[in-house]
Design a protein. Structure first.
Length: 227
């Protein structure tokens, strides 16, 4: 994807935040390819197990859903995205899993999801933190839907890498490692851990660069309060 002018970068940033229309579909495919190592690393850390329920925030066109559900027929998946086009594409791309009752997709903001309290074993989100309008409300919502001892997986690019990408000047909120740990602990997540993975050299915007994936794991407590 050849992007050069400031206007094109702004348009791309808007689509990365919320893919819409034909351009949004193109961007989603591009991100599947460009972030392939990141997605595969994050799913390896997620390590879905038999019988688990997985909620993904920002699944895009649902390309990687099969990587989760093909692991075991007893795994169930829920995808949340606030782009109606991505919800539609994810549903089309995973119709077989929907027909089996193993997957469903819905449009919602991550800070207000139509998911039952304490019903999800693992929540994962990849490359969405930069676009959250209210980080504390979203983390509280993630805690609400997780079961006791459930785990949240947050995959991001490190701040120093994102700052080197021209597109991140337009609407991206960048956080360093200490800030992310602070936010997770402030939200009362426990046992916060971090995994860092350096990826093969790639070319972006005419420059060769080494990308890196950082995956945070954070657990909710073994007891939940009842209102």
């Amino acid at each position: 994807m050849d992007i050069s002018s400031e206007q094109e970068l702004r348009q791309l940033a808007d689509q990365l935040r919320k893919p819409e229309g034909a351009y949004g579909s193109e961007v989603a495919k591009f991100m599947n390819e460009g972030n392939l190592p990141m997605n595969l690393h994050a799913l390896a850390v997620l390590n879905p197990s038999a019988g688990e329920s997985i909620l993904e925030i920002g699944m895009g066109n649902g390309y990687f859903v099969k990587n989760i559900l093909n692991l075991d027929p007893s795994i169930h998946y829920i995808g949340c995205d606030y782009s109606p086009e991505m919800v539609e594409l994810s549903s089309e791309n995973n119709q077989n899993f929907i027909d089996q009752g193993r997957a469903r997709f819905f449009m919602a903001d991550a800070s207000a999801m139509p998911v039952e309290d304490h019903s999800i074993d693992k929540v994962i989100t990849i490359n969405t933190l930069y676009f959250w309008e209210n980080v504390h409300a979203t983390l509280a919502e993630i805690k609400r839907v997780l079961k006791p001892n459930g785990t949240f997986y947050l995959a991001v690019r490190p701040k120093h890498i994102l700052k080197a990408l021209p597109v991140t000047k337009f609407g991206f909120k960048l956080y360093n490692n200490d800030k992310i740990f602070e936010m997770l602990r402030f939200a009362d997540f426990q046992d916060v851990m971090m995994t860092s993975i350096v990826e093969p050299t790639i070319e972006r915007h005419g420059e060769r660069m080494n990308l890196e994936t950082v995956i945070y794991q954070a657990k909710v407590g073994g007891e939940v309060s009842v209102a």
